[in-house]
Design a protein around this ligand. Structure first.
Ligand code: C2E
Ligand code: MG
Ligand code: MG
Ligand code: MG
Length: 280
């Protein structure tokens, strides 16, 4: 009987795998045309200073609206884009959009406003990345200090020595870097000192229960203190309640990002927030 169950289990497993790879194939094929069919859009989520509540930055977040598949989540399509190499043209497009938008806001007199852009592992490991970043900044006329590139711990720790070299290169070009989803990966603290990062982004999984879970409180305050002692800034992700905000402020967290202030919104909606007086 165990054997039979085993076989059924196997059959179920392959069916699920088939369904997944069919979806995968469907997404890859659709994603190939997403750029030229104008299905991609960049949304922006405000980053807020804990000190005065002003918008001091924006995170660029990709959105994909497909005519049949509907809104596909980046959590689903970014891995597909990475696996197929499509992340390179798509990532370059996001970077250009975000830099153009940052330049437009600087021109309107809103500033300093830092534009944060997520980098995937494939982009980060591409030898042309530093030059590409500089070229886009030059072409769009944005000073490099207005751009921040977000990396996850996994990407940085995959090959720490080469990551340090790339980070040094980018930093010499004037671009800032931050560690995204901090606390969920396996950063060695000794490397953290060598990584040329400017800011740690505290992962939302620690922030979620911060008001009730004593362990999450301890973890978050430890991250903030660690960052302070290394001279790094902190931003908390996924801040949804006043209670979370109050705790983070009390612990000395510098910035926050989350639904409490705003979801990621279109450039027009973000512009409206700036004009409403939330600009720094
Ligand atoms: P991330 O970079 O950690 O981005 C934060 C995610 O948390 C975003 O999800 C954002 O919408 C969501 N979020 C923000 N505030 C709150 C909140 O208060 N509560 C909750 N529950 N969620 C909140 P999103 O936009 O679905 O993106 C998911 C992930 O996809 C991103 O995580 C990032 O890893 C990746 N991604 C998105 N855009 C890009 C891109 O242009 N390039 C690359 N390489 N990755 C991207
Ligand atoms: Mg991010
Ligand atoms: Mg994150
Ligand atoms: Mg994430």
């Amino acid at each position: 009987r165990a054997k039979q169950e085993g076989r059924q289990c196997y059959r179920f497993f392959t069916q699920e795998m088939q369904a997944r790879s069919a979806r995968n194939l469907q997404l890859v094929n659709a994603l190939r045309h997403a750029l030229d069919r104008s299905q991609l859009q960049v949304h922006y989520q405000p980053q807020i200073s804990m000190r005065d509540g002003a918008i001091i930055g924006a995170e660029a977040l990709l959105r994909w609206q497909h005519p049949e598949l509907g809104m596909v989540s980046p959590a689903e399509f970014i891995p597909v884009a990475e696996g197929s190499g499509l992340i390179l043209p798509i990532g370059e497009w996001v970077l250009r959009c975000a830099v153009q938008q940052a330049k437009a806001w600087v021109n309107e007199g809103f500033g300093p406003l830092i534009m944060a852009v997520n980098l995937s592992a494939v982009q980060f490991r591409h030898p042309d990345l530093p030059e590409l970043v500089t070229r886009i900044l030059d072409e769009e006329g944005l000073p490099p200090e207005y751009l921040e590139l977000e990396l996850t711990e996994g990407v940085a720790m995959h090959n720490p020595q080469s990551a340090i070299a790339v980070m040094n290169n980018l930093q010499e070009r004037g671009v800032r870097m931050s560690i995204d989803d901090f606390g969920t990966g396996y950063s060695s603290l000794s490397y953290l000192k060598e990584f040329k990062v400017y800011k740690l982004k505290i992962d939302q999984s620690f922030v979620r229960d911060i008001s009730t879970d004593p362990e999450d409180k301890v973890i978050v305050s430890a991250i903030i203190n660690l960052a302070k002692s290394l001279g790094l800034k902190t931003i908390a992700e996924g801040v949804e309640t006043e209670g979370q905000q109050a705790f983070l402020r009390e612990q000395g967290c510098d910035e926050m990002q989350g639904y409490l202030f705003s979801k990621p919104v279109s450039a027009e909606q973000f512009d409206a927030l700036l004009k409403q007086g939330f600009a720094a």
